[in-house]
Design a protein around this ligand. Sequence first.
Ligand code: CU
Ligand code: CU
Length: 390
Amino acid sequence: MAAHPTVHAHYGEYREEKDVGFKLLALFLGLAVGILGMVAVWMGISAQNARDDARAAAKAAPTATTSMPGMAMPSSAEGARPTPSFAGIAPANADALAAAHKAYPAALPATTPGPVLNVHIGINHRVLSIAPGIKYEAWTFDSGVPGPVIHARQGQTVRVTLTNHAPMPHSVDFHAARVAPNKDFVDIMPGKSFTFSFTAGDPGVFMYHCGTKPVLAHIANGMYGAIVVDPSNPNLLPPVHHAYVLVSGEWYLNAPGNKKPASLDMVKAHQMTPDWVTWNGYAAQYVKHPLTAHPGHTVRFYVVDAGPSIDTDFHVVGTVLERAWLDAAVTDPPLHNIQTATVPAGGGGIFDVNITKPGLYPFVTHSFASVDMGAVGLLNVGDVSGTMSH
Ligand code: CU
Ligand code: CU
């Protein structure tokens, strides 16, 4: 398995291999330079012709931005500029920074008694660390990404009050709600508050997010979170010893973010080429600060994929998902003994594991490009010491 305990060591190895490759290539080029020179002249002429053709076509074509009312299509000008990857960039002291980082608390918070659950959320624009030494100008529900985990009981009224401290309109869209979006998921102007209520009628784990246009930008900037709704019939989700909430999200950076904070690159967001993919907002934070469990105890993962665009293929290395409730379908019986479960962008899933052998068990999206960009954490079963060897 290629689950990387840190995403950075890997890049060093890759560079070394590339150095050897360059030496061989240089030798070959020395012999073939004459032939290649002639080919290059021909290719240069061809490329120039191709560019001229492309420019002529671009002039003739209508712009994409006007083609579909209400949709924010990437413009042809956006697509023309380079979109370098800043994946894996790390300072020399990345390890120390990762150790000093305070991990987002993944443990599921307790429910609140009574018929009404009051939720107050402030909306803010602030700079966050999203990986060791990498800063980003985020938009947040409360103070971090993801926003606060909300834990309701089926049948409870969730009364949400949002206060917008940011200099632009924002809103919230709860996937757990059955309400008219034009009435309750409305834009809240800077400095204003807004309250609405919904009944937590459907059990499961759901995404919430800002629904202000362009939604892609508001989610990509960090405006998302999870709400867990316990079923009124407790047999549907039997009690477990440990429960953790994991929200995956992609980050698309317009700069490396190591010297000054990066912000959103909308072209990369449209292209779905993230620089970082994180569990609970920070690359590989549960590798340095593992989640914990006792051998033989059942661990429940409530997983939400906030996207904005890429699915999560949830997998725990070294075990199977003993029980799985896909998306918000809290059905009886659940699915059993699944190796990898898809959590779609904008969806959630509930997964139970029961591990008897002490050790370090990585949880990942099995889409391994995302693992290299930070979508990996560890479950430490039995308080073992050491790190992953691979
Ligand atoms: Cu927003
Ligand atoms: Cu949504």
